[in-house]
Design a protein around this ligand. Structure first.
Ligand code: FE2
Length: 208
């Protein structure tokens, strides 16, 4: 039997997906990318489990953001962006009420928008100060966001564009080691996945 916390989070994730038509499935794909990176790094099972659960829950705080802002087709104004920026802390507050979500999962929820150069949010952590799990999710999250449809961008970017953006953000937005590992994983997938990963490889890297 699932714990109360996991059951509640699954329900909340379904709600979040229903708010975000084009966004649906993003959390699960982020989880799968992250676990594949964790496997490549030979992380222990409990840390890979945190990556999976944390990947699913990383944006749970967006339930506190008004739906019209999440689905706004045009640019956000500064006030709206400030509200969006609260979602890691709000998600952390929500998840921390459940003892089944330990520090590893909570770190992912709170820190997945930190940037490697220290200019991210909510804490402005820099480099290795950012928990490794959150650095992994940042790469997986950004890649999937780029190759997925968005309300403000009907045509998803292709994988090559997304990979180039990760390279551009190497050492500034992203941990360079994790970018390199992820790009290597993508290269290995090139033959069966020469279009959009999210469409052609829904099961995740290990399922191809
Ligand atoms: Fe987020």
């Amino acid at each position: 039997m699932l714990s109360k916390g996991v059951e509640l989070m699954e329900t909340l994730l379904k709600l979040l997906d229903s708010w975000n038509g084009p966004y649906a499935g993003h959390s699960e794909r982020t989880s799968r990318y992250a676990v594949d990176i964790g496997t490549e790094l030979e992380l222990p099972l409990d840390e890979r489990s945190d990556l999976y659960i944390g990947g699913l829950l990383h944006d749970i705080g967006k339930l506190s953001v008004p739906e019209y802002i999440l689905n706004k087709p045009s640019s956000l104004d500064p006030e709206e962006f400030e509200l969006i920026k609260q979602h890691p802390a709000k998600g952390y507050d929500l998840a921390s009420r459940f003892p089944e979500f330990g520090e590893g999962v909570l770190n992912i929820i709170l820190h997945h928008h930190e940037r490697f150069d220290g200019t991210g949010y909510p804490c402005g952590l820099k480099g290795q100060e950012i928990p490794q799990s959150a650095r992994i999710i940042a790469v997986a999250d950004s890649f999937d966001a780029m190759i997925s449809e968005r309300v403000y961008r009907k045509q998803p970017h292709d994988r090559k564009y997304a990979a180039n953006q990760l390279i551009e953000g190497r050492g500034t937005q992203f941990d360079p080691v994790i970018v390199d590992i992820f790009l290597e994983l993508l290269t290995n997938l090139e033959p069966p996945c020469n279009t959009n990963y999210s469409q052609s490889c829904k099961g995740g890297m290990n399922d191809v």
